[in-house]
Design a protein around this ligand. Structure first.
Ligand code: GBH
Length: 445
């Protein structure tokens, strides 16, 4: 089984970027050299992470990073997307931590020396715990603290970074973290999610302004996750339910950025659930972007609400699913990109994450993950279909370089195209990794 694109695909032009992605908390370990973050605290609470695991060691990338850069190089990718651990580079009194800064500058220098483009995400969910103790993303002040962190770290990085993303998936931080509480910091309550989201979006806007000043030559933007919402039938009730869900989980995060406004359903939310928007906030949020990062894994299907006071009901999945239970539906990726392109004036788009959790069998040291190869094949072709329909997609990142700490799922779900043995820390390229490399290597020069 191979990954194969049409011969005339724009994705096979040398201008298209292929990469692999990771995030700090999920791979680094090395917690003694940094401040505690909200995920350390969350993992220590009972009943939060299914296998009761944490990020103390993870893939030990903090110590094994040189070997991991060689691994990245051996996959022949053009780019590596990593995230910066805010609690590793900033001290309690808001200064730079030289040891943490050196870890990243060494890493970036090594990647640059090998000609691997660096895509740096400034926030992939590891908020310093002392800021959570002051209210975290429910405290507007955190947005200003974030801008100070971005100012310091981007000055320290100088010209080392090809592309900056202010945030990874504000939806997850706000909704999963501060509304349904399945992610850190585990806050539950309908009245909190929209407030947290607004402060994160404000931080994004403030961060973009800092990036425009400190790093005008890098490609600066944000990475959003999208879960396309489909109605279960053609009935007007189900269509309305799907539309509400779409506004709530998807448009809530991109419409403010592109249109300086929240979706219309904001008017239907109870007053105590509305964000607190100050004069000028929406203009700050709507900074021009050099790129939009799109993360796509699955779609969801909705039906009319069954409970009073609800907007929608989520339905059981219809198609085959991955090991994490997410429906495999590549067509939604094409339809998502085409519809975003119609709704907004998009900058160049990068698929910043796409991939699948699959239960890997190791046989004689070989991981023949055919179902993961199939997932990549169908989804890369779905991206190609969107490009043919006029969407300006310029890059694609596989999630993930290697198996890692899958948040509330701990180490039980494996997303890597490289297998990690958590006892020995040995890395083995899976057949999906070989297939990805083969696709990249066959491109015209
Ligand atoms: C990303 O989150 C993260 O950026 C990354 O760190 C993580 O490891 C990776 O994906 C894999 O999880 O749960 O059935 O309602 C993706 C988060 C996944 C949230 C899909 C919404 C909707 C499907 N999104 N999910 S369902």
């Amino acid at each position: 089984t191979v990954i194969k694109l049409p011969l005339n695909s724009k994705m096979l032009s040398p201008k298209f970027t292929f990469g692999v992605a990771t995030a700090s908390f999920q791979i680094e370990g090395g917690i003694d050299d940094r401040l505690p973050c909200i995920w350390d605290t969350f993992c220590a609470k009972e009943g939060t992470v299914v296998d009761n695991s944490d990020g103390k060691v993870a893939c030990d990338h903090y110590n094994l990073w040189q070997q991991d850069v060689e691994l990245i190089e051996s996959l022949s990718v053009d780019a590596y997307r990593l995230s910066i651990s805010w609690p590793r580079v900033i001290t309690l009194d808001g200064q730079l931590n030289p040891k943490g800064v050196k870890f990243y500058t060494d890493l970036l220098d090594t990647l640059n020396a090998k000609g691997i483009k660096t895509f740096v995400t400034l926030y992939h969910w590891d908020l310093p715990q002392h800021l959570e103790d002051q209210g975290g993303w429910l405290n507007r002040e955190t947005a200003y603290k974030y801008a100070e962190y971005v100012d310091l770290i981007t000055k320290a990085f100088g010209t080392r970074v090809h592309s900056y993303a202010t945030f990874n998936e504000p939806f997850c931080s706000a909704f999963l973290g501060y509304e349904i509480g399945v992610h850190a910091p585990g806050v539950v309550g309908k009245e909190f999610g929209r407030k947290a989201a607004h402060h994160i979006l404000l931080a994004h806007g403030l961060g973009m302004k800092v990036l425009q000043k400190n790093s005008p030559d890098s490609m600066n933007g944000i990475v959003l996750n999208f879960t396309p919402c489909y109605p279960s039938t053609d009935s007007p009730e189900d269509k309305l339910a799907a539309d509400y869900a779409d506004q709530y989980i998807n448009q809530w995060y991109c419409k403010p950025i592109f249109d300086a406004a929240y979706p219309a359903m904001i008017d239907e939310l109870p007053d105590n659930c509305k964000p607190v928007i100050l004069d000028g906030d929406m203009e700050i949020i709507a900074q021009p972007l050099d790129f939009l990062g799109v993360n796509y894994y699955t779609r969801l299907t909705y039906t009319a609400p069954t409970e009073v006071g609800e907007f929608y009901t989520e339905l059981e999945h219809l198609y085959p699913r991955t090991d994490i239970g997410w429906e495999i539906y590549p067509k939604a990726l094409t339809e998502l990109l085409v519809s975003l392109n119609k709704l907004y004036k998009l900058p160049p788009v990068y698929i910043a994450e796409n991939g699948a959790a699959m239960p890997d069998k190791v046989e004689n040291g070989v991981i023949n993950d055919l179902d993961r190869i199939d997932y990549y094949n169908t989804h890369l072709n779905a991206v190609n279909d969107a490009i043919e329909q006029g969407v300006n997609v310029q890059g694609y990142f596989a999630w993930s370089l290697m198996d890692n700490f899958e948040w509330a799922e701990g180490y039980l779900k494996r997303f890597g195209i490289v297998r990690v043995d958590y006892v020995t820390q040995e890395r083995t390229i899976k057949n999906s990794g070989h297939a990805y490399k083969a696709l990249i290597s066959q491109r015209q020069k």
